[in-house]
Design a protein around this ligand. Structure first.
Ligand code: ADP
Length: 424
């Protein structure tokens, strides 16, 4: 449709501990500027001067502790102020975590054991749209502002706040998260599950969590600083049945010692030895239906190739079928029925690697490029990045793809997925 006529820039005077909530349209630019006082967006302070572009489709809150005047320029989907926020409780939680980090650092300096020198491993749980990712961002940015380098672990394969959906990933946060660029992507550690839903292969999801946890444990054992800073772990919004089981599994796998529960007090009895804190959801958290989430997933994939502001140009490339090997994790059967003893049922091996023939079914799907040297290392290896299949020519046996970087693929071992994105 035609773009609405842009309203003139407007200023909002925010009382202490209140926030301006803004929803940005998909294709109308919106920018914000601090005029007076101090304000932050999900834990990251607005710069004292200059306009900050707010990424399309984002839903943000500009919060002030001590009062501020801010100015908006551009069309928004909605904008309103509120003084009912859970921010004081959130920042108190941050203060408790900060004290634990300080204690861990002292223990490390005094040569304490691994347990004493381990900072908080916080896991944030709750249903979708309870503000989990947002709380993670605030806790990370507040910690980074004080000089800590906490590790962000994202187990939410449905949305993916570090990289594309379908991944289990981690990255150190060394400075408050950039309002425009988001989570820094210099050194994420990414394991590829390949689906937005854990029920497709829950065992593979568990194995990948274990691999990520193992790698982080190794990094922490050689780095007292990141060990003391600890982890902030974001989880899926699925909190019932298998989702609940996977949450318990995640707590054990990452040795989480603080659970922050949004909305729901469910883990108290299940994990009596862990601190479980119930936190309220902000009324500002925007509800997104499953269709919206599906679209967001698709945009996240597009962003990986084209940039958040659509400012990157991916590179198109062609490989022969024989230049690459594509594998799928699990789903195959260990042995054909004919090879089994009479009466035995074939068992699906969830983490077995199955070679996949390249077919036109792969068009529009994402493939991960594995760091594995051999196929049997794929499940235990992290991935270098992703390609998006744009064409498959069966006759000439050629696959066309786009990648964020030019040049040859860093590896010939690729992992298939059910993640798709269609160029409009
Ligand atoms: P979850 O991770 O639990 O699914 P999110 O943290 O992603 O939920 O929050 C859902 C949406 O609401 C996100 O787009 C987020 O930016 C937005 N949001 C969260 N808190 C606020 C707030 N106080 N004001 C406006 N939007 C918010």
């Amino acid at each position: 449709g035609a773009a609405a006529a842009a309203p003139p820039p407007r200023q909002y005077k925010l009382a202490p501990q209140s926030e301006l909530r803004v929803e940005v349209l998909p294709d109308s630019p919106l920018r914000v500027r601090l005029v007076a006082g101090t304000a932050e967006i999900f834990g990251t302070e607005l710069p004292p001067e200059g306009w900050v572009p707010v990424p399309p489709r984002s839903k943000i809150a500009i919060f002030t502790w001590h009062g501020a005047t801010v100015e908006l320029d551009g069309v928004s989907e909605s904008e309103y102020t509120s003084d009912e926020t859970p921010m004081v409780i959130y920042v108190n939680t941050h203060a408790i975590l900060d004290a634990r980090r300080a204690r861990a650092r002292v223990a490390a300096v005094q040569g304490g054991d691994l347990e004493a020198s381990q900072g908080p491993r916080v896991i944030v749980v709750g249903p979708t749209d309870s503000g989990k990712s947002t709380l993670c961002k605030m806790l990370l940015s507040w910690a980074a502002k004080l000089g800590w380098k906490p590790t962000y672990v994202d187990l939410d394969i449905g949305q993916g706040s570090i990289t594309i959906p379908g991944c289990i990933s981690a990255t150190p946060i060394e400075k408050p998260i950039d309002i425009v660029d988001g989570i820094p992507l210099e050194m994420p550690l990414v394991y590829f599950y390949g689906h937005p839903n854990p029920s497709i292969n829950a065992d593979a999801y568990k194995v990948l969590m274990k691999e990520l946890a193992k790698t982080l444990e190794k990094q922490f054992s050689g780095n007292a600083e990141s060990r003391a800073a600890g982890m902030v772990i974001n989880t899926m919004g699925w909190v019932e049945g298998l989702g609940y089981e996977l949450l318990l599994n995640a707590i054990d796998t990452f040795k989480a010692n603080v659970v922050l529960e949004k909305l729901w007090k469910m883990l108290k009895d299940a994990k009596p030895n862990i601190d479980v804190v119930k936190l309220h959801k902000s009324e500002g958290v925007v509800l997104r239906n499953s269709k919206y989430r599906q679209r967001t997933r698709s945009f996240r994939i597009k962003e990986y190739f084209y940039g958040i502001a659509n400012d990157l140009a991916p590179h198109s490339n062609i490989v022969n079928f024989s230049d690459v090997s594509v594998y799928r994790i699990g789903g195959g059967h260990q042995a054909p029925r004919s090879a089994l003893p009479i009466g035995a049922e074939p068992v699906a091996d969830p983490t077995r690697l199955v070679a996949v023939n390249i077919s036109t079914d792969m068009i529009h799907t994402v493939l991960a490029v594995s760091y594995a040297k051999e196929p049997d290392e794929i499940i235990s290896s992290n991935v270098a990045g992703f390609i998006h299949v744009t064409d498959v020519d069966i006759q000439r046996k050629k696959l066309t793809y786009i990648a964020p970087c030019p040049g040859d693929l860093p590896s010939r071992l690729l992992i298939a997925s059910s993640l798709t994105w269609y160029e409009a």
